[in-house]
Design a binder for this molecule. Structure first.
Ligand code: AKG
Ligand code: FE2
Length: 354
């Protein structure tokens, strides 16, 4: 059976959790951002409550009003909070508890699952491409979870016991959500529900668990640099009591305040390309907290490497000329992984520049 192709490599950098444990007040220069990079004058918390809330149960019934809301959310925000998604609270909690216990382990135990030098699966840091790059205030755990033959199980933590089963249980719930959303995106792009999922050939799913240690000066570092996701869609679970995620909306940074029971969904680059720019893969970043650690759980739904991604015929017209060329997904994703995360720079690979 076909194995998972390696994803990318990343320059090894210090473990942030360990660094904070040894020196809770220090902020090495490699992590400090300029005021311009922090861009905090554009912080607009009052817009947070305007982020659309969408009901998956209604969407699944192809409720016209909800499909209309989905269309508007993808056009205007690129992000929405998803309720009635069917992933049980206990399943979410078991995933959170498992990850929480893993990050509490000593560094020697965690490093048993360290990312190999040619891959970004396992425990470590992704998107570090040079020694002089400003670093993010976070550590991460990344796995390909589906299809099962893509798994590199040697990199899946054996402690805490049962963590693998928790990841599987959570991820299969999220995959169902992802497939349903792809079906609804298919409908709002004028196709039958099965078309967009079918265009993936097989749904590939990766899980990235981000761990953000507290930071004594949260105004000087970024937990995760601004970026758009290379996925088709991303489904994110966040801790309920700590804020951190911010999205770029009309030039302002808007926090995505955790909403009890909701999952955060965002449109990735694949949908931006397939919709010929109608739906936006929006830039987002993660901030740190002075007192509290934070975890987030991003599930990326993507096509297999060989799928050719290009604007759908019906999304190209006189008002919206073809904005993206065809790209093989595997090539698109790997060129993005070779760059540091810097906003949407990586989507230029697919842009038709005139
Ligand atoms: O921590 C967050 O809320 C954002 C995570 C994220 O954007 C990612 O993993 O791609
Ligand atoms: Fe992201």
């Amino acid at each position: 059976m076909e194995e998972a192709p390696s994803l990318a490599s990343s320059v090894p950098v210090p473990n942030v959790q360990e660094m904070v444990r040894k020196d809770p007040l220090g902020i090495p220069q490699r992590y400090t951002r300029t005021q311009q990079e922090m861009d905090n004058i554009n912080y607009m918390p009052s817009l947070s409550s305007d982020i659309p809330i969408i009901d998956l149960a209604l969407l699944s019934l192809e409720n016209q009003e909800e499909l209309f809301k989905l269309d508007a959310a993808c056009k205007n925000w690129g992000f929405f909070q998803l309720v009635n998604h069917g992933v049980k609270k206990e399943v979410q909690q078991r995933m959170k508890d498992g990850a929480g216990e893993f990050f509490k382990l000593g560094i020697e135990e965690k490093n048993k699952y360290a990312m190999p030098c040619d891959d970004i699966q396992g425990y470590g840091h992704a998107y570090v491409v040079s020694e002089d790059q400003t670093l993010d205030w976070s550590d991460t755990l990344i796995f390909l979870v589906h299809p099962t033959n893509y798994r590199k199980l040697q990199l899946w933590p054996k402690t805490p016991q049962g963590f693998k089963e928790r990841i599987e249980e959570y991820s299969s719930g999220v995959r169902r959500v992802g497939e349903e959303i792809l079906g609804c995106l298919s409908v709002i792009m004028g196709m039958q529900k099965h078309v967009l999922p079918g265009l993936h050939r097989e749904i590939v799913q990766a899980l990235r668990v981000n761990y953000y240690p507290p930071c004594s000066m949260p105004g000087q570092v970024l937990g995760l640099s601004p970026h758009s996701d290379t996925s088709t869609v991303t489904i994110l679970m966040q801790d309920e009591d700590v804020c951190g995620l911010e999205i770029r909306h009309k030039g302002k940074w808007v926090p995505v305040t955790p909403l009890s029971d909701a999952l955060v969904v965002n449109i990735g680059d694949v949908i931006e390309i397939r919709s010929n720019g109608k739906y936006k893969s929006v830039e987002h970043r993660a901030m740190t907290n002075k007192k509290k650690e934070r975890c987030s759980y991003a599930s990326f739904i993507v096509p297999v490497d060989d799928v050719v991604v290009e604007p759908l015929e019906q999304m190209v017209n006189a008002e919206r000329h073809k904005m993206y060329r065809e790209v093989r997904y595997g090539d698109y994703m790997r060129q993005a992984f070779k760059q540091k995360m810097e906003g949407k720079a990586h989507i230029d690979f697919a842009k038709i520049l005139i």
